[in-house]
Design a protein around this ligand. Structure first.
Ligand code: GDP
Ligand code: MG
Length: 676
């Protein structure tokens, strides 16, 4: 029904027009396909809504969402005749001539309409400008200047030309700047790269059909546009060639297009465009005459010549392309829309009341506590599976083992070092009139105290290191949980630093107290101390025999190892036995001290970390926030500008995709009934 009306109006307008629109078949002299009008118009009627939908999607700029549209892209070397071909298809004048005329991508939408008066407008920079056939070339120049500047520069932002005219094929094509190797005066040095980038962007997507415009006067194998399209479409499956200027170089053209040296999968169409002041109608007649009568050109099959054939092929290709691509586009829009909606859902809510803010704050603190409990107390890493630094219990054990080995490998823990020197000095200076075989307790303490003092930096350094590490972990967790609220981020970071300073100070005080206790008294209930001492004392007699007989200076003491007997020890013979006893008590007792330092540290850390996670952190954060914001919770949960921008972007994208989806929903139901 629609088809009938369409072809009828086409015939009527065609007769009345003479304005250079595509000539309907009855008027054309040499069109190869007799039923040209019904075929094209029936395609038109069925494909029209689909093409409209695609054009609307293009207008919405859906490509910026990464969704490519089926597009016929016109490429060609400079002055190969691209604009002339489009002119011929549209039946209007485009800026033409030597040098670079097309400086922005020109999206040309041709739409057949039944009114005898053409409607032509330009859309660019979010505005629509109405023009007419007489003015259109000039209007395009003005618009191009506005988009790409007055000079000879080019721009990637497109200009859309809508031509609604009786008899034109329903086609949308993109005309691109011609490829030029050598910049002319006033053009940037990298003009070639700039143009190549734009062309590549358009021809790369699988959804693009490449309409390669070649001049009959050129050797196709050296055409830059062929080289570029072959890069993205090696076998030419989506490339169609239009050979212009057939009139200028008819000789050998038949051989050129039949040999197909350059892999054009969709075939060649040879044309002759309008020359000089010819009307479009005259031009079509000249073209038909030329291909009929020129001895070289008449050899070419009629299915490969003329603008009408080109129009027909393009309409067919476009219909097939759209039908092929649309289901994919619908799917991509659907997927992208869902992804964006769930991204948006993951963004934090905008908080509108103190109650909401408080709930959010409590939620964040709760989540921080949960995470820290998992990491620091329970050793569960499911939230940070790949970040080893966050696997706290394992890292803490490693640090702790290092602490223990630092203590046990320190010089103070080596009983053979400076053997008996400290002991004899203390005993010699503390000698009193008393029985010789007592070891005075004050002598023991006098040796113990400096020894403890010399290792006291090890536990101090260790607690500092531990809190530095825990600070890193806590800040990571805090930042992760409060990342959407920049004020909160800053405050909690500060709170965490303060708290860690306090924890560190408290721990150092505790360590100093422990050290102090170790210095002050000597006590253990462990029976191991006595056992160990007895074992070491068993070697006493052997040792003294050797010393007294002056036999060697390196003596192996069982349970202790090789000791060096320094010469000056012999001068202290009277206190040497006491010194030996003292040394062995010290050696046995030192092990107890070391173990106590390690064990108590382990228990202490467990307790402090638990306190931190369960109470201290929350208290500190709340205090910090309350003092900074004077109790105004909404302020501390103000959204960060980055989040606001992200939300805006997602919302815009969702609007666009929803719009696109609705647009397609109406026509997709009909798509299945369109059989090509
Ligand atoms: P573009 O740079 O690729 O857009 O090329 P134009 O369409 O501006 O054409 C360059 C020149 O070639 C213009 O002077 C056109 O008139 C001329 N031209 C284009 N097609 C034909 C044709 O089929 N025959 C003849 N003789 N000249 C043509
Ligand atoms: Mg041009």
């Amino acid at each position: 029904m629609a088809g009938k009306k369409h072809s009828a109006s086409r015939g009527r307008v065609g007769n009345a027009s003479g304005s250079g629109a595509l000539v309907p078949v009855e008027e054309s002299l040499a069109l190869p396909v007799v039923n040209f009008v019904p075929i094209v118009s029936s395609y038109n009627d069925r494909i029209r809504p689909l093409l409209d939908a695609v054009d609307k999607l293009r207008h919405l700029n859906i490509t910026k969402e990464g969704i490519q549209l089926p597009t016929i892209v016109v490429v060609g070397d400079q002055s190969s005749g691209k604009s002339s071909v489009l002119e011929s298809l549209a039946g209007i004048s485009l800026p033409r001539g030597q040098g670079i005329c097309t400086r922005v991508p020109l999206i040309m939408r041709l739409q057949h309409h039944s009114s005898p008066t053409p409607e032509i407008f330009l859309e660019f920079n979010s505005k629509t400008i109405r023009t007419d056939e007489a003015q259109v070339a000039n209007a395009i120049v003005v618009a191009t200047d506005e988009i790409a500047g007055n000079g000879k520069g080019i721009s990637n932002s497109p200009l859309t030309l809508v031509v609604k005219k009786a008899g034109v094929p329903d086609l949308t094509m993109v005309d691109l700047p011609g490829i030029t190797r050598v910049p002319v005066k006033g053009q940037p040095e990298n003009i070639y790269e700039q143009i190549a980038d734009i062309i590549n962007e358009y021809i790369k997507p699988e959804e693009s059909i490449i309409l390669n415009v070649l001049s009959a006067t050129d050797d196709f194998t050296t055409c830059e546009s062929i080289r570029m399209s072959q890069k993205v479409d090696r076998n030419g499956e989506r490339t169609l060639a239009v050979v212009t200027k057939s009139d200028k170089s008819p000789e050998g053209l038949f051989e050129k297009v039949t040999a197909d040296d350059v892999n054009i999968g969709l075939g060649y169409v040879c044309v002759r465009n309008r020359i000089g002041d010819e009307s479009y109608e005259e031009a079509r007649q000249e073209e038909a005459f030329l291909f009929e009568n020129n001895p070289h050109l008449s050899k070419i099959d009629k299915s490969m010549v003329g603008i009408s054939v080109l129009a027909q092929k393009l309409v067919h290709i476009q219909a097939t392309l759209i039908a092929k691509c649309l289901p994919d586009i619908v799917r991509k829009i659907h997927d992208k829309l869902n992804a964006n909606i769930s991204d948006l859902k993951r963004l934090p809510k905008t908080l509108s009341s103190p109650a909401e803010a408080l709930t959010t704050l409590m939620g964040i603190i709760g989540a921080v506590k949960d995470s820290l409990k998992k990491l620091l107390v329970n050793g569960e890493y499911d939230e940070y599976p790949d970040e080893n630094q966050m696997h706290c219990s394992a890292r803490l054990v490693e640090m702790f083992n290092k602490y223990s080995s630092d203590l046990n490998n320190s010089p103070e823990s080596d009983p053979t070092r400076d053997f008996l020197i400290a002991e004899v000095r203390v005993l010699d200076e503390g000698k009193r009139i008393e029985l010789p075989n007592f070891v005075p307790r004050n002598a023991f303490l006098a040796v113990l105290q400096p020894k403890v003092h010399r290792i006291s930096h090890i536990p101090v350094d260790f607690v500092v290191k531990i809190w530095d590490y825990i600070e890193e972990v806590v800040i990571s967790v805090l930042m992760h949980q409060s990342e959407n609220y920049h004020q909160l981020e800053a405050s909690t970071r500060r709170a965490c630093r303060n708290l860690m300073e306090k924890m560190k100070e408290k721990s150092i005080n505790w360590v100093l107290e422990v050290v102090q206790m170790e210095k002050l008294s000597d006590y253990t209930c462990s029976p191991e101390y006595v056992t160990e001492w007895n074992k070491l004392m068993a070697a006493q007699q052997v040792f003294f025999d050797l010393v007294e007989k002056n036999q060697g200076s390196n003596i192996n003491i069982e349970g202790l190892g090789l000791v060096v007997v320094k010469d000056d020890l012999r001068g202290y013979m009277p206190v040497l036995r006491q010194a030996y006893d003292l040394k062995m008590r010290m050696t046995a007792y030192w092990k107890v001290v070391m173990r106590r330092l390690v064990d108590s540290m382990a228990l202490y850390l467990q307790l402090s970390i638990r306190n931190l996670v369960n109470n201290e952190l929350e208290k500190e954060i709340v205090n910090q926030l309350m003092t900074t914001y004077n109790g105004q919770i909404e302020k501390m949960l103000e959204e960060s500008p980055a989040i606001a921008a992200k939300r805006e972007k997602l919302n815009a994208s969702i609007r666009l995709l929803k719009h696109s989806k609705d647009l397609l929903a109406n026509i997709m139901d009909n798509l299945t009934s369109v059989v090509f």
